[in-house]
Ligand binder design. Structure first.
Ligand code: PHE
Length: 337
């Protein structure tokens, strides 16, 4: 019996085989247990002899099993290690590194430019009250110009802001009508437009506001001229055209001279050679007054621009939807190395 068992142990190739041998020979239903169980039937003289023999056989088999188990375990471990070895000489997989979204970069660039001219950067809520979005900007209820910006209303008095101009009123309010204000505010705005190449129901704006005791239209022109040249190149000219916004008087729209350059030189684009990029004007006295500034002491200028439009002109992007579809093939072109 012992020999037979030891042979089986030797033949075992896997840990699972060993366990089978253990159960077969040493288990509760195995031959040795049976012998030991039958001891009662043996004579007094036979008992110690058979008992000793049975124990001995059991011990030998158990020892052999344990020995073989260690060997098999070692082999298994060896195999596992071999399978898991890494060939460190294989070329690595390139790591995909992201980069800022074109819109994020442009907004950052514009912010830096205005910070350089002494403006602070502020933020305001995207879910805005009718008061700040319209009333405080000289657009009382029923004013026809409210229709210029079709709005997403949440309740009768709360809406998604249609422009960043409410931040003008909020900032002046915080400054208590006492201190000069010089801020820009980038952020998302919402309008009920059907999306197409030049419209998006959500887009971004950057507002600018400068209120102090002696601010003039020429200051607005100077600041915007600097902006246009920094953004598009020193050879660009700006021009202001009369326009209308309820919160500025007088109001203007600004064009930049429009040049398209290629390998053969530069030519003027479009028929007129000018392209509109933003709206602005002198802050309406009523807007100053509502925000707590005395219009006889303070005055100021404000402007609002769309960074998408700036980016489209600067980089020749032909469809505003590119900014929001987030196709990596588009976005990657503008990642700086
Ligand atoms: N809020 C205006 C718009 O959305 C832009 C603007 C801002 C005009 C500030 C004048 C002054 O069209």
């Amino acid at each position: 019996l012992e020999k037979e068992a030891l042979l089986k142990v030797n033949e075992a190739k896997e840990l699972k085989d060993l366990q089978e041998v253990r159960v077969a020979y040493l288990g509760k239903k195995g031959p040795i247990t049976e012998v030991l169980r039958g001891m009662g039937k043996l004579s007094k003289e036979e008992r110690p002899v058979i008992g000793e023999l049975a124990n001995k056989v059991r011990e030998n088999i158990a020892n052999e099993l344990d020995g073989k188990k260690s060997t098999l375990e070692a082999i298994e471990l060896e195999k596992q290690l071999e399978n898991e070895t890494i060939d460190v000489t294989l070329p690595g997989r390139p790591v995909q590194i992201g980069g800022p979204h074109l819109l994020t970069s442009i907004v950052g660039e514009i912010e830096d430019l205005f910070i350089g001219m002494g403006f602070e950067v502020r933020e305001g809520p995207e879910v805005e009250t009718d008061y700040y979005n319209f009333e405080a900007l000289n657009l009382p209820k029923g004013h026809p110009a409210r229709d210029m910006q079709d709005s997403f209303y949440i309740t009768e008095d709360i809406l998604l802001r249609t422009h960043t101009s409410p931040v003008q009123a909020r900032t002046m309010g915080e400054y208590n009508g006492e201190k000069p204000v010089k801020m820009i505010c980038p952020g998302k705005v919402y309008r009920r437009d059907t999306d197409d190449a030049t419209h998006s129901h959500q887009f971004t704006q950057i507002e600018g506001l400068y209120v102090d005791k002696d601010v003039r239209m020429s200051d607005l022109k100077g600041v915007l001229n600097r902006f246009a040249k920094e953004m598009f190149g020193e050879d660009r000219e700006i021009r202001l055209r009369p326009s209308f916004f309820p919160f500025t008087e007088p109001s203007v729209e600004m064009d930049i001279s429009c040049k398209v350059c290629n390998g053969k030189g530069c030519s003027v684009c479009k028929k007129t050679g000018w392209i509109e990029i933003l709206g602005g004007g002198m802050v309406h006295p009523r807007v100053l007054e509502m925000a707590g500034y005395d219009p006889d002491v303070y005055n100021g200028f404000a402007f609002g621009m769309g960074p998408e439009r700036i980016a489209m002109l600067k980089y020749g992007v032909d469809d505003i939807r590119h900014f929001y579809i987030n196709d990596n093939r588009f976005l990657k072109q503008y990642h700086k190395a």
